[in-house]
Design a protein around this ligand. Structure first.
Ligand SMILES: Nc1ncnc2c1ncn2[C@@H]1O[C@H](COP(=O)(O)OP(=O)(O)OP(=O)(O)O)[C@@H](O)[C@H]1O
Ligand SMILES: [Mg+2]
Length: 276
Protein backbone atom coordinates (compact mmCIF):
# COMPACT_ATOMS: atom_id res chain seq x y z
CA UNK A 1 0.00 0.00 0.00
CA UNK A 2 1.50 3.34 -1.00
CA UNK A 3 1.08 6.41 1.16
CA UNK A 4 -1.38 8.03 -1.19
CA UNK A 5 -3.48 4.89 -1.30
CA UNK A 6 -3.44 4.60 2.49
CA UNK A 7 -6.48 4.04 4.66
CA UNK A 8 -7.03 7.77 5.10
CA UNK A 9 -6.98 8.48 1.41
CA UNK A 10 -9.89 6.14 0.77
CA UNK A 11 -12.25 7.92 3.14
CA UNK A 12 -14.00 11.28 2.98
CA UNK A 13 -12.20 14.20 4.69
CA UNK A 14 -14.10 17.04 6.38
CA UNK A 15 -12.80 20.12 4.65
CA UNK A 16 -11.41 21.33 1.43
CA UNK A 17 -13.05 18.95 -1.05
CA UNK A 18 -13.74 20.87 -4.20
CA UNK A 19 -12.90 24.15 -2.47
CA UNK A 20 -10.69 26.87 -3.96
CA UNK A 21 -6.97 26.37 -4.11
CA UNK A 22 -5.35 28.70 -1.58
CA UNK A 23 -1.65 27.85 -1.49
CA UNK A 24 0.33 25.79 -3.96
CA UNK A 25 3.86 24.44 -3.54
CA UNK A 26 5.41 23.22 -6.80
CA UNK A 27 8.71 21.33 -6.64
CA UNK A 28 9.87 23.51 -3.74
CA UNK A 29 13.39 23.08 -2.40
CA UNK A 30 15.61 25.02 -0.04
CA UNK A 31 19.30 25.24 0.85
CA UNK A 32 20.23 27.62 3.62
CA UNK A 33 23.51 28.32 1.84
CA UNK A 34 24.88 27.67 -1.64
CA UNK A 35 27.22 24.90 -0.45
CA UNK A 36 24.90 23.58 2.26
CA UNK A 37 22.68 20.51 2.10
CA UNK A 38 19.29 20.60 0.43
CA UNK A 39 16.87 20.65 3.39
CA UNK A 40 13.71 20.39 1.35
CA UNK A 41 13.52 19.34 -2.29
CA UNK A 42 10.67 18.37 -4.58
CA UNK A 43 7.83 19.42 -2.28
CA UNK A 44 4.47 19.48 -4.06
CA UNK A 45 1.39 20.43 -2.06
CA UNK A 46 -2.01 21.93 -2.81
CA UNK A 47 -3.67 23.59 0.17
CA UNK A 48 -7.34 24.37 -0.34
CA UNK A 49 -9.19 27.17 1.44
CA UNK A 50 -10.42 26.08 4.85
CA UNK A 51 -8.10 23.08 5.06
CA UNK A 52 -5.86 22.34 8.02
CA UNK A 53 -2.77 20.58 6.66
CA UNK A 54 -0.67 19.08 9.42
CA UNK A 55 3.06 18.62 8.87
CA UNK A 56 4.75 15.73 10.65
CA UNK A 57 8.27 14.38 10.41
CA UNK A 58 11.51 13.73 12.24
CA UNK A 59 13.24 16.59 14.03
CA UNK A 60 15.31 18.61 11.55
CA UNK A 61 13.42 17.42 8.46
CA UNK A 62 12.35 20.95 7.54
CA UNK A 63 8.84 21.50 8.94
CA UNK A 64 9.59 24.96 10.35
CA UNK A 65 11.52 25.76 7.18
CA UNK A 66 8.43 24.96 5.09
CA UNK A 67 6.29 27.14 7.36
CA UNK A 68 8.76 30.00 7.01
CA UNK A 69 8.56 29.67 3.23
CA UNK A 70 4.75 29.83 3.46
CA UNK A 71 5.04 32.91 5.69
CA UNK A 72 7.36 34.59 3.17
CA UNK A 73 10.30 34.78 5.59
CA UNK A 74 12.36 32.39 3.46
CA UNK A 75 12.55 32.25 -0.33
CA UNK A 76 12.88 28.74 -1.75
CA UNK A 77 16.06 28.00 -3.72
CA UNK A 78 13.99 26.16 -6.29
CA UNK A 79 10.37 25.70 -7.24
CA UNK A 80 7.43 28.02 -6.72
CA UNK A 81 4.92 28.85 -4.00
CA UNK A 82 1.73 30.76 -4.75
CA UNK A 83 -0.96 32.18 -2.49
CA UNK A 84 -4.29 32.90 -4.12
CA UNK A 85 -2.63 32.23 -7.48
CA UNK A 86 0.15 34.83 -7.06
CA UNK A 87 3.76 34.14 -6.08
CA UNK A 88 4.52 34.95 -2.42
CA UNK A 89 6.15 38.38 -2.40
CA UNK A 90 7.11 38.36 1.31
CA UNK A 91 5.50 38.24 4.74
CA UNK A 92 1.99 39.66 5.07
CA UNK A 93 -0.76 40.02 7.69
CA UNK A 94 -2.81 37.58 5.60
CA UNK A 95 -0.55 34.76 6.94
CA UNK A 96 0.12 34.85 10.66
CA UNK A 97 2.55 32.60 12.53
CA UNK A 98 1.87 31.07 15.95
CA UNK A 99 4.80 29.47 17.78
CA UNK A 100 5.25 27.28 20.83
CA UNK A 101 6.35 30.41 22.73
CA UNK A 102 3.63 33.04 22.90
CA UNK A 103 4.29 36.26 21.03
CA UNK A 104 2.64 38.49 23.62
CA UNK A 105 4.01 41.41 25.63
CA UNK A 106 4.20 40.80 29.39
CA UNK A 107 3.66 44.49 30.15
CA UNK A 108 0.38 44.67 28.23
CA UNK A 109 -3.01 43.32 29.31
CA UNK A 110 -4.78 40.67 27.23
CA UNK A 111 -6.84 43.39 25.53
CA UNK A 112 -3.80 45.58 24.83
CA UNK A 113 -1.91 42.60 23.43
CA UNK A 114 -4.79 41.66 21.15
CA UNK A 115 -5.26 45.26 20.02
CA UNK A 116 -1.55 45.72 19.27
CA UNK A 117 -1.59 44.44 15.67
CA UNK A 118 -4.58 46.65 14.89
CA UNK A 119 -2.85 49.67 16.42
CA UNK A 120 0.20 49.06 14.21
CA UNK A 121 -2.18 49.08 11.25
CA UNK A 122 -3.57 52.43 12.35
CA UNK A 123 -7.11 51.27 13.07
CA UNK A 124 -9.27 53.59 15.17
CA UNK A 125 -9.68 53.04 18.92
CA UNK A 126 -13.32 52.03 18.58
CA UNK A 127 -12.56 49.55 15.77
CA UNK A 128 -9.70 48.09 17.79
CA UNK A 129 -11.83 47.73 20.87
CA UNK A 130 -14.67 45.98 19.02
CA UNK A 131 -12.45 43.59 17.04
CA UNK A 132 -10.32 42.72 20.08
CA UNK A 133 -13.44 42.05 22.17
CA UNK A 134 -14.70 39.60 19.52
CA UNK A 135 -11.36 37.78 19.28
CA UNK A 136 -11.04 37.61 23.07
CA UNK A 137 -14.56 36.24 23.33
CA UNK A 138 -13.81 33.63 20.66
CA UNK A 139 -10.97 32.23 22.76
CA UNK A 140 -13.01 32.45 25.97
CA UNK A 141 -10.93 35.09 27.75
CA UNK A 142 -13.51 37.88 28.15
CA UNK A 143 -13.34 37.67 31.93
CA UNK A 144 -9.56 38.15 31.74
CA UNK A 145 -9.39 40.95 29.18
CA UNK A 146 -7.76 43.29 31.71
CA UNK A 147 -5.40 40.70 33.18
CA UNK A 148 -1.66 40.67 32.52
CA UNK A 149 0.03 37.55 31.05
CA UNK A 150 1.68 36.77 34.41
CA UNK A 151 -1.81 36.41 35.92
CA UNK A 152 -2.79 33.74 33.38
CA UNK A 153 -2.12 30.00 33.12
CA UNK A 154 -0.04 28.65 30.22
CA UNK A 155 -3.21 27.59 28.37
CA UNK A 156 -4.79 31.02 28.87
CA UNK A 157 -1.64 32.76 27.61
CA UNK A 158 -1.78 30.55 24.52
CA UNK A 159 -5.44 31.53 24.03
CA UNK A 160 -4.39 35.19 24.26
CA UNK A 161 -1.74 34.43 21.65
CA UNK A 162 -4.38 32.88 19.38
CA UNK A 163 -6.60 35.95 19.83
CA UNK A 164 -3.57 38.10 18.92
CA UNK A 165 -3.18 36.04 15.74
CA UNK A 166 -6.84 35.94 14.64
CA UNK A 167 -7.76 39.56 15.40
CA UNK A 168 -6.08 40.73 12.21
CA UNK A 169 -8.39 38.34 10.32
CA UNK A 170 -5.67 36.39 8.52
CA UNK A 171 -6.47 34.04 5.67
CA UNK A 172 -4.00 31.53 7.09
CA UNK A 173 -2.65 30.53 10.47
CA UNK A 174 0.85 29.06 10.30
CA UNK A 175 1.15 27.05 13.50
CA UNK A 176 4.60 25.81 14.57
CA UNK A 177 4.06 23.28 17.38
CA UNK A 178 1.72 25.77 19.07
CA UNK A 179 0.49 23.48 21.84
CA UNK A 180 3.66 21.45 22.43
CA UNK A 181 4.37 22.94 25.87
CA UNK A 182 0.86 22.40 27.27
CA UNK A 183 -0.51 19.60 29.43
CA UNK A 184 -2.75 16.99 27.80
CA UNK A 185 -6.11 18.40 28.96
CA UNK A 186 -5.27 22.01 28.07
CA UNK A 187 -3.90 20.86 24.73
CA UNK A 188 -7.15 19.04 23.94
CA UNK A 189 -9.27 22.09 24.82
CA UNK A 190 -7.12 24.29 22.58
CA UNK A 191 -7.25 21.79 19.73
CA UNK A 192 -11.06 21.96 19.88
CA UNK A 193 -10.98 25.74 20.02
CA UNK A 194 -8.52 25.93 17.14
CA UNK A 195 -10.80 23.79 14.96
CA UNK A 196 -13.77 26.01 15.82
CA UNK A 197 -11.82 29.15 14.93
CA UNK A 198 -10.74 27.72 11.57
CA UNK A 199 -14.24 26.55 10.70
CA UNK A 200 -16.02 29.67 11.92
CA UNK A 201 -13.73 32.02 10.05
CA UNK A 202 -12.88 29.83 7.07
CA UNK A 203 -9.22 30.07 7.98
CA UNK A 204 -6.67 27.85 6.24
CA UNK A 205 -3.82 26.43 8.27
CA UNK A 206 -0.48 24.71 8.02
CA UNK A 207 0.02 23.10 11.42
CA UNK A 208 3.34 21.59 12.48
CA UNK A 209 3.26 19.03 15.25
CA UNK A 210 5.16 16.03 16.57
CA UNK A 211 1.97 14.66 18.06
CA UNK A 212 0.31 12.15 15.70
CA UNK A 213 -3.00 12.28 17.58
CA UNK A 214 -3.03 16.06 17.40
CA UNK A 215 -2.42 15.89 13.64
CA UNK A 216 -5.31 13.49 13.14
CA UNK A 217 -7.64 15.43 15.45
CA UNK A 218 -7.08 18.93 14.04
CA UNK A 219 -6.07 18.13 10.47
CA UNK A 220 -8.02 17.63 7.29
CA UNK A 221 -4.81 16.34 5.66
CA UNK A 222 -1.53 15.11 7.12
CA UNK A 223 1.77 15.38 5.25
CA UNK A 224 4.74 13.40 6.53
CA UNK A 225 8.04 15.03 5.52
CA UNK A 226 11.19 13.05 4.89
CA UNK A 227 14.60 14.10 6.18
CA UNK A 228 16.45 15.31 3.11
CA UNK A 229 15.14 16.18 -0.34
CA UNK A 230 12.33 14.24 -1.96
CA UNK A 231 8.55 14.15 -1.97
CA UNK A 232 6.48 13.64 1.18
CA UNK A 233 6.70 10.18 2.71
CA UNK A 234 2.92 10.30 2.91
CA UNK A 235 0.04 12.64 2.23
CA UNK A 236 -3.08 11.34 3.93
CA UNK A 237 -6.66 12.67 3.90
CA UNK A 238 -8.17 12.60 7.38
CA UNK A 239 -11.56 10.93 7.16
CA UNK A 240 -13.26 12.36 10.27
CA UNK A 241 -16.16 14.79 9.91
CA UNK A 242 -16.26 18.46 10.87
CA UNK A 243 -17.75 17.95 14.35
CA UNK A 244 -14.97 16.05 16.02
CA UNK A 245 -15.40 14.84 19.55
CA UNK A 246 -12.15 13.97 21.33
CA UNK A 247 -13.70 10.53 21.86
CA UNK A 248 -12.79 9.70 18.23
CA UNK A 249 -9.20 9.39 19.41
CA UNK A 250 -10.00 6.03 20.95
CA UNK A 251 -11.83 4.68 17.88
CA UNK A 252 -10.25 1.77 15.98
CA UNK A 253 -10.27 3.86 12.77
CA UNK A 254 -8.32 6.69 14.45
CA UNK A 255 -5.85 4.28 16.02
CA UNK A 256 -5.31 2.50 12.69
CA UNK A 257 -4.50 5.82 11.00
CA UNK A 258 -2.19 6.72 13.86
CA UNK A 259 -0.27 3.47 13.34
CA UNK A 260 -0.16 4.13 9.61
CA UNK A 261 1.36 7.60 10.12
CA UNK A 262 3.79 6.25 12.67
CA UNK A 263 4.99 3.62 10.21
CA UNK A 264 5.76 6.28 7.57
CA UNK A 265 7.91 8.20 10.05
CA UNK A 266 9.70 5.06 11.23
CA UNK A 267 10.29 3.98 7.63
CA UNK A 268 12.09 7.25 6.79
CA UNK A 269 15.52 5.97 5.65
CA UNK A 270 17.10 8.92 7.50
CA UNK A 271 15.68 7.64 10.79
CA UNK A 272 16.86 4.09 10.11
CA UNK A 273 20.31 5.41 9.31
CA UNK A 274 20.39 7.44 12.55
CA UNK A 275 19.24 4.48 14.60
CA UNK A 276 21.88 2.18 13.07
N1 LIG B 1 18.94 29.50 9.70
C1 LIG B 1 19.44 28.31 9.37
N2 LIG B 1 20.66 28.21 8.78
C2 LIG B 1 21.18 27.01 8.43
N3 LIG B 1 20.55 25.82 8.62
C3 LIG B 1 19.34 25.87 9.21
C4 LIG B 1 18.73 27.10 9.63
N4 LIG B 1 17.51 26.81 10.18
C5 LIG B 1 17.38 25.48 10.13
N5 LIG B 1 18.47 24.91 9.55
C6 LIG B 1 18.67 23.48 9.31
O1 LIG B 1 17.61 23.04 8.46
C7 LIG B 1 17.15 21.76 8.86
C8 LIG B 1 15.67 21.82 9.06
O2 LIG B 1 15.37 22.68 10.16
P1 LIG B 1 13.88 22.95 10.64
O3 LIG B 1 13.98 23.87 11.81
O4 LIG B 1 13.06 23.36 9.49
O5 LIG B 1 13.43 21.47 11.11
P2 LIG B 1 12.12 20.99 11.85
O6 LIG B 1 11.55 19.88 11.05
O7 LIG B 1 11.24 22.16 12.14
O8 LIG B 1 12.72 20.40 13.20
P3 LIG B 1 12.08 20.35 14.68
O9 LIG B 1 11.06 19.26 14.65
O10 LIG B 1 13.23 19.98 15.56
O11 LIG B 1 11.52 21.68 15.01
C9 LIG B 1 17.94 21.38 10.10
O12 LIG B 1 18.97 20.52 9.68
C10 LIG B 1 18.51 22.68 10.58
O13 LIG B 1 19.76 22.49 11.20
MG1 LIG C 1 10.62 23.10 13.88
Amino acid sequence: MTAQQGLGATLQGDQGRGADLYMKFSDVGLRYSGQGPEILGGIDLDVRRGEVVCLLGASGCGKSTLLNIAAGFLVPSKGKVTVGGAPIAGPGADRVMVFQEEAIFPWYTVRQNVEYGLRVRGESASERRAKAARAIELVGLTAYADAYPRQLSGGMRKRCDMARAIVVEPEALLMDEPFAALDVMTKERLQIQFREICRGRDVTSLFVTHDLEEALFVGSKVAVLRKGPGPFLALVDVPFGPDRDPAIKTSPEFQALRRELSSYIEDDPANTKEAA
